[in-house]
Each structure stands twice: as structure tokens, then as C-alpha cells.
Design a protein around this ligand. Structure first.
Ligand code: ADP
Ligand code: MG
Length: 563
């Protein structure tokens, strides 16, 4: 249909555009990184679809990205011969933010420029970053496949865009930025090359610009017709570690994770043996908005022999490591591997186990050598890591050593105490790790169950996160020491009591025997037992559950969940 339509942006897009232009201006050159990143994704997608349908390549299999500029017209054009977009895809992909977590994102904006900039960065600026430097953006695109019609999408970034039928011989997408007043610095080959080298060197396809030669008559650089690559154009993860700078690792992370911030840490390895693969895995600095969203993007990108196969291959990592981003390139899997096959594959299981071990080593290293960074990690992802104690029994001890808790040993709710710290401070004669669980930190730290422990100077871990009860049902011991709730019956603190205390307790029991009998009769079958305890100091009485019964906290949670 040879029609032209004017359509409105989704309300959020309008809001985002406005915010972005103002808050990201100081780092405006990132538009180039985002557009090259998209072009590279589009080429990956084409290469993948062409495995089953080679006709999509239309006899032109050399995938590449080109960046050009026109001084007179004051435009920059970024073009690729990747998958392209149909009319419907252009409307959906460029006119809406189809991201989970969008609502939360907007609800967290404060109007404080610095905070919002960080949020926007986390959210991912993508295609819309074009509008930081352009007051009009034209996207000419044709989806791969010979019968596909081209479309021209245009917008001034002010609430509306138009879409019209167009002519385009070559498949793929060509994005032209009409620069705003004052942005002429980008109409310069040297400047553009610099930005591209800085941000896009990790791109595995050639990123090309026109050759330039010095013209004696004009006394300036003059562009030639010929194109040349400005990047190394080899997949970053295939290069040897010693040839990759930190900055390159960081830029690659931003590309694959769609993150604006640097990662916290990474691990890069080539694995040989039973199964052969390369992994480059990153731990982000910030949890994404949708960490708890079941439909959220998760997992890593899967490549087979350098051919992109899929995003979000969640089978390649256990669920409790879903915050990890990166690339896994397998030498063993077939190119036509599907998500279903991934679920069954032995190679995939080997990769998943190997990757989990690598990430645990990375975290152990961070915890030991960069405790401040580890604390940052723990604040962002500790809750998720805790799931590993139940999900990954094979690595339970390693995961347990990485856990951090609030404790009676210190003031405040910060989770900084490890189980090893705890064991290092255990009292003479103490052979258990004590904890209390509650709905909130305040409730945990004010629990009457803690009285006797405080009196005896025994440390108790204070747990109030949602996953804690669940975790504790799997994590029963650490380094041979049982984890025991202070709220459960039959606390065996005798070995910690001195002779005098024991004598005193016996006397007390004798004196109060009649009272206990009376309470038993009065309460009847509302209780199982009434007994004298040494566990309280200031409170007169407390309710405890049997060692093998559900804790009241878990009981309340189950009730709230309707069970
Ligand atoms: P993201 O890359 O995180 O998905 P972007 O805002 O950068 O978000 O891009 C939005 C979407 O627009 C992409 O997911 C893709 O579907 C589409 N898109 C952008 N650029 C291109 C391109 N050069 N070729 C094909 N599709 C593109
Ligand atoms: Mg993008």
C-alpha cells in the first residue's frame, strides 16, 4: 500500500525523549554507539535467519555497517545491510517502548537531573538517543527478502512520526540524522572515527567510513568514494585477553547488555575438553528494573561458531544467576539449535555448570579482594543469589560462603556478616549458627528470643528478607555447623551455661512448678507444652514452635499466599 500515515508516539516515548535530550547532553556522542549497536544486532539477526533461508542474503552476504556525513546537508547517515524492518515493525519498534519495567521506570523519575540521568542510563536509551543531536531523524528501511517493500519513518521527536512507502534497492536500514543547530562538530571524519573507535571497536562486523585524502588545492581532507574499516571487526570474545583493554570489555558489555553503565566485573575464558566453548560473562553494577519480572530479558547471548543464535538464552545459566549478562560461543551445538533442544542438551548442561562455577569464582574473588565492590554487588543481587542455596545443591557451600547477613554483632540493618565471620566469633563451646527470622529487620532485632543470646554474648544472624525462610529450608548447615532458629523449641544452650547458672535454673524450675501446672490446665490443648526457660532475660514469656514445625513467620507467609 502506497500510503503515508502520521502516528503519535506512545506517551512514555514523548516523556523519555524530552528527558533524555536534557540529561544525556553532556555525553551526547553515545548516539553513535547506540545506532551502531542496533545495526550490529540487525546484521546478527539476518545472519541467523539466513541459516534456514539463504535467499534473505539476496546475493550480498558481506554484512557491514557504514557511517557517512554530508557537510552541506548537515546530516550523518548510519546504514547497515542487516535484517531491516517492515512497516509494522518500524511502527512497533520505533514508536513504542516495548520493555517490561517501563512503568516502574517512570514512577521512579524524580526531576533531579543527576538521579534521572542514571535512571535513564539504566533503562537504556537506544534508538531515541539520536534526538540528542538531531532535530529530525529519517529511517529508510527494507526488510530482507525480495518481495519486501521499503518504508520511510520520520520524526522530529516531538510526539509524532510519519511513515510512508519508499524505494530502497539494498536491504537493511539507513538512518539519517539532521543535526540540530550547533552540532556541526560531528560533520568531521576525524571526530566520527574517534568516537567509533572508542565505542564500537568490539563490533564484530566491519564499521566503515569513506577514505579521506589530503587535497593540496583545497587545503583540507577530501572524502573518496572508497570505504575503509575503522574497527578491528573481529568478535571481541575470540581475541586473546591480553589484547583486550578494560575499556573495550566495558564497551562490549554496554552493547550486549543494553546498559549505559560499566559492569562491576567480568570473566572471560576459553573452555576446552568434553565440551568446547568461549564465555565472556559480566556482573552488572545495577539491578535492572525488571530483575523480579518473570518475563524480563535474562541470560546471555548464544553464538555457535561466532554466528549469533539467540538473545536471552536462559538455559545457559541457572536461574539464580539471571543477573549475569554476556556471550557464550559454543563449538559443539548445531547452528539450527532451538530453545527446546537447549533444554535437553548435554552440552548445554556442561556449559551451564561451567558458567555457574566461573561466576562463583568471580564473586569469591570480588568478595576477597574488593569487599567494597562486593558489598555493592550484594545490595543489588544478594536476594537473587540466595535462591542458589536451594537451586544449586552442588555449589551450596560456595554460595553459602558468599552470603551476607545483618547480625546482632553490629548496629543497623546492613547485610555485611558472612557465615565465616560468624564462625570466627563463635563462643567457646558453641557449635551452632543461630539466626532469627521476621517480616522486618526491626522485628528481627527486637525479638524477645534474642535476650538470652545477648546476655551470653552469642551472635545471632538477623534475617528479614522474603527469600530467607525458603533459603533456610535448604541451607541446614555450613562448615559442619547446624543453622538453628532461636525461635524453635529445645534450644540447647546448656553447654554454654556455667555451673552456677545450671544450679539456679534447677531452683527456678522447682519454685515455679505449681505455676507451670496451672498454666497447662488453663491453656488446655491451645498449647503442646508449658515449660520454664532460660532463654528470656527481660520478657516474662514467649511462644516457641517445635524444632520440626513451620515457623510462625513462614506460616504467615503461606497464609498470605492463600495456602
Ligand atoms: P534495543 O536495541 O535495546 O532493543 P533500541 O531503542 O536501540 O532498543 O532499538 C529499538 C528496536 O528498533 C530494536 O530492538 C530493533 O527491533 C529496532 N531497530 C533499531 N535499529 C534497527 C536497525 N538498524 N535495523 C533493524 N531494526 C532496528
Ligand atoms: Mg539498541
Amino acid at each position: 500500500a502506497n500510503t503515508s500515515e502520521t502516528l503519535g508516539f506512545q506517551a512514555e516515548v514523548k516523556q523519555l525523549l524530552h528527558l533524555m535530550i536534557h540529561s544525556l547532553y553532556s555525553n551526547k556522542e553515545i548516539f553513535l554507539r547506540e545506532l551502531v549497536s542496533n545495526a550490529s544486532d540487525a546484521c546478527d539477526k539476518l545472519r541467523f535467519e539466513a541459516i534456514d533461508n539463504p535467499a534473505l542474503l539476496e546475493g550480498d552476504p558481506e554484512l557491514r555497517i557504514r557511517v557517512d556525513f554530508d557537510k552541506e546537508a548537515r546530516t550523518i547517515t548510519i546504514s547497515d545491510n542487516g535484517i531491516g524492518m517492515s512497516r509494522d515493525e518500524a511502527i512497533a519498534n520505533l514508536g513504542t517502548i516495548a520493555r517490561s519495567g517501563t512503568k516502574e521506570f517512570f514512577s521512579q523519575l524524580t526531576g533531579d537531573k543527576q538521579k534521572d540521568t542514571q535512571l535513564i542510563g539504566q533503562f537504556g536509551v537506544g534508538f531515541y538517543s539520536s534526538f540528542i543531536v538531531a532535530d529530525k531523524v529519517s529511517v529508510l528501511t527494507r526488510r530482507a527478502g525480495e518481495d519486501q517493500e521499503a518504508v520511510l519513518w520520520e520524526s522530529t521527536g516531538e510526539g509524532e512520526f510519519t511513515i510512508a512507502s519508499a524505494e530502497k534497492a539494498e536491504r537493511g536500514t539507513s538512518i539519517t540524522l539532521h543535526l540540530r543547530e550547533g552540532e556541526d562538530e560531528f560533520l568531521d571524519g576525524w571526530r566520527l572515527r574517534n568516537v567509533l573507535r572508542r565505542y564500537s571497536d568490539h563490533i564484530s562486523l566491519p564499521v566503515q567510513m569513506r577514505k579521506e585524502d589530503w587535497d593540496e588545492d583545497k587545503q583540507q581532507q577530501v572524502k573518496q568514494d572508497e570505504w575503509e574499516s575503522v574497527n578491528q571487526a573481529s568478535a571481541l570474545w575470540t581475541r586473546s585477553k591480553s589484547e583486550i583493554s578494560d575499556e573495550q570489555y566495558q564497551e562490549f558489555y554496554k552493547h550486549i547488555a543494553h546498559d549505559y553503565e560499566n559492569p562491576l566485573a567480568w570473566t572471560h575464558n576459553r573452555v576446552e575438553g568434553r565440551s568446547e566453548y568461549t564465555q565472556l560473562l559480566y556482573v552488572p553494577k545495577q539491578a535492572p528494573f525488571d530483575l523480579w519480572d518473570r518475563d524480563a530479558r535474562r541470560g546471555v547471548k548464544l553464538y555457535v561458531k561466532r554466528v549469533f543464535i539467540m538473545d536471552d538464552a536462559e538455559q545457559l545459566l541457572p536461574a539464580y544467576l539471571r543477573f549475569v549478562r554476556g556471550v557464550i560461543d559454543s563449538a559443539d551445538l548445531p547452528l539450527n539449535v532451538s530453545r527446546e533442544i537447549l533444554q535437553e542438551s548435554r552440552d548445554v548442561r556442561a556449559i551451564r555448570e561451567g558458567s555457574a562455577k566461573r561466576i562463583l569464582s568471580l564473586l569469591e574473588d570480588l568478595a576477597e579482594n574488593q569487599p567494597e565492590q562486593y558489598a555493592e554487588f550484594w545490595n543489588q543481587f544478594g536476594q537473587v543469589l540466595k535462591e542458589g542455596t536451594g537451586e544449586d545443591m552442588g555449589n551450596q557451600a560456595r554460595i553459602a560462603a558468599l552470603l551476607r547477613f545483618a547480625s546482632t554483632h553490629q548496629e543497623g540493618s546492613a547485610q555485611t556478616v558472612s557465615l565465616n565471620d560468624y564462625i570466627g566469633r563463635m563462643k567457646e563451646g558453641q557449635d551452632k549458627i543461630y539466626y532469627v527470622t521476621a517480616d522486618t529487620f526491626a522485628a528481627a532485632s527486637n525479638s524477645p528470643h534474642l535476650e538470652v543470646f545477648r546476655k551470653k554474648g552469642i551472635e545471632v544472624l538477623l534475617m528479614s528478607d522474603r527469600v530467607d525462610e525458603w533459603m533456610l529450608s535448604y541451607l541446614r548447615e555450613f562448615e559442619g555447623k547446624q543453622l538453628v532458629s532461636v525461635a524453635k523449641g529445645g534450644l540447647d544452650l546448656d553447654s554454654l551455661a556455667d555451673e552456677e547458672e545450671k544450679k539456679h535454673q534447677a531452683e527456678v524450675a522447682e519454685t515455679f512448678k505449681p505455676l507451670v501446672e496451672r498454666l497447662k490446665t488453663t491453656l488446655g490443648d491451645k498449647v503442646k507444652e508449658v515449660r520454664i526457660t532460660a532463654r528470656l532475660v527481660d520478657s516474662p514469656a514467649c511462644v516457641v514452635v517445635d524444632a520440626n514445625e513451620l515457623s510462625p513467620h513462614l506460616l504467615r507467609m503461606l497464609q498470605a499466599a492463600g495456602q
